[in-house]
Write a protein that binds this ligand. Structure first.
Ligand code: NOJ
Length: 521
């Protein structure tokens, strides 16, 4: 396909390896498990796989506390398994994007062990150390961000759990070592990176206290975060990182913007910085066309100003799943509308594993919670375990995910909601996803054509053109569970996608409840 840039025009599929597919019966998903499912993913039509962390980790934050950035945790496989996965993915035309967690390490990382041993070791300033607590900074996961280390006799800083100390990015040796991690994976054939909370790398040099703010449940939220993220030093570092990436043709980085707004996400994107950065207004929106449209228009405006390309995330391993947020019971009507919206946007779609079959979050009792966030803030925040439950492959025991005991329980609906069942059902969410991905591949207009919102539609309908010089595609989404009538701006439309109609559509349309229609003039 001419002019097809995989990271801009493709669909990026996030895999949470722990819950994807277990081949050795230890109850935890592994890299050979991903390799075993590559044909499934290629058939779904996705272009790149973003792998959440599989590196050695004591799992205080389920893989995001890393003790060796250049390895594979034995519970997930080996480096040889990783190489096979990369090769097999590339053979099928799918790229590999790694989740790089460079803001912090595990407290078990050799760097931290050395740094914390005493105040004179060669890595003594690889983390942020202080004799007394220097400011009011709070940890996102609860409690003060400074923890006493008896061995060293000083406090160290951690934005997340205390077993995740933040590295000192101002130290040139740390900077070099981190960029070396990037180089290590690029040389191993990786195509790109998702940078975990990248805009937290630098903190205020003077470690000033944040002003108080009057909102939020967590102490963290009751501050205006002027000094513990989004510092100016980030820009230069991204330029250096981009120069490194550019030595490997076609490579890519998307940043997970911490506390994102469209403005700060765009600030970090550009020809000489990140290819993309996340912003989550779309994800956090209600099932409401007006709110979704606002999130889209905000991106569009900035995209127009900067010439940069938006991206859309519908869900990930940190938030309740789409169906849990929007669906009623086991009905997939609403998740289908949301999926159709994601896949017909002018912006790179990010799809989280299990969304293509409308998995729902599991519900857990307090005693069953594993996620540190849930353990700390239950019942105000039930944590993130719900959306991390194992992938539902078929109706056999444990949904075909493992022959052992799954690390996290399965959703009880797996007997009926699973990949195998949905593959057979022409009108399943899986088949809608697959068909719309294929349509996006077929029509460059759907990938990159202008987004033009159609005004004067019924309130619960979102309709938009995707348009370029030669082609007009019209997407019509009915967000209500009632029939909606509307007029279309041309007398005859061919149907590119519908579950409910065949033939042509005329100028007057009666939309079925929660109907998805993709039309072409
Ligand atoms: C963002 C990741 O998405 C989340 O899962 C993790 O807990 C934090 N960063 C800390 O690494």
């Amino acid at each position: 396909m001419a002019d097809f840039l995989w990271w801009r025009d493709g669909v990026i599929y996030q895999i949470y390896p722990r819950s994807f597919y277990d081949t050795n019966g230890n109850g935890i998903g592994d890299l050979p498990g991903i390799t075993a499912k590559l044909d499934y993913l290629a058939d779904l039509g996705v272009d790149a796989l973003w792998l959440s962390p599989f590196y050695p980790s004591p799992d205080k934050d389920f893989g995001y506390d890393i003790s060796d950035h250049k390895g594979v945790d034995a519970k997930h496989g080996s480096l040889a398994d990783f190489d096979s996965l990369v090769e097999a993915s590339h053979k099928r035309g799918m790229r590999i994007v790694l989740d790089l967690v460079l803001n912090h390490t595990s407290a078990q990382h050799p760097w931290f062990r050395e740094s914390s041993a005493n105040r004179t070791n060669p890595k003594h300033d690889w983390y942020l150390w202080a004799d007394t607590i220097p400011n009011n900074w709070e940890s996102v996961f609860g409690g003060k961000a400074w923890t006493w280390h008896a061995g060293r006799g000083q406090y160290y800083y951690h934005m997340f759990v205390k077993e995740q100390p933040d590295v000192n990015w101002r130290n040139p040796a740390v900077r070099a070592a981190q960029l070396d991690v990037v180089r290590f994976w690029l040389k191993r054939g990786v195509d790109g990176f998702r940078l975990d909370v990248f805009n937290v790398y630098f903190k205020d040099e003077q470690l000033r206290s944040n002003p108080f703010a009057l909102h939020g449940i967590r102490a963290f939220d009751r501050q205006e975060h002027l000094y513990d993220y989004d510092q100016p030093e980030m820009d230069d570092l991204l330029i250096e990182l981009r120069q490194l990436l550019d030595q490997y043709p076609d490579s890519y980085a998307v940043g997970e913007t911490f506390m994102p707004t469209p403005e700060n996400a765009f600030r970090y994107m550009g020809e000489d910085k990140l290819h993309a950065a996340f912003e989550f207004d779309f994800l956090h929106s209600k099932y409401d066309p007006a709110q979704l449209l606002k999130a889209i228009i905000d991106w569009e405006k900035l995209a127009e100003k900067t010439g940069l390309f938006p991206n859309y995330v519908l869900s990930n391993h940190d938030v309740p799943r789409t169906a849990t947020r929007h669906a009623k019971g086991e009905d997939d009507a609403r998740p289908k509308v949301m999926m159709a919206l994601l896949l017909t946007m002018r912006g790179t779609p990010f799809l989280y594993n299990g969304e293509e079959i409308g998995q729902r979050d599991i519900s857990l009792k307090r005693s069953e919670l594993l996620d540190p966030l849930g353990k700390k803030y239950y019942p105000f925040h039930k944590g993130r375990d719900g959306c991390r439950a194992p992938m539902q492959w078929d109706s056999s025991e444990n949904a075909g995910f493992t022959s052992g005991t799954p690390w996290l329980k399965l959703h009880p609906d797996y007997k009926t909601r699973n990949v195998e069942a949905q593959q057979k059902d022409e009108n399943s969410l899986f088949n809608l996803t697959r068909k719309l991905i294929a349509l996006r591949k077929e029509y460059v207009t759907l990938r990159r054509g202008d987004f033009i919102h159609l005004e004067n539609t019924p309130k619960k309908v979102l309709a938009y053109f995707r348009k370029d010089k030669n082609e007009t595609i019209l997407v019509v989404l009915n967000f209500s569970n009632k029939i909606q009538s509307m007029d279309l701006p041309a007398p005859k439309w061919a149907i590119l996608f519908s579950e409910m109609r065949t033939g042509k559509v005329g100028a007057h349309l009666k939309l079925f409840p929660n109907e998805v229609l993709v039309l072409k003039k």
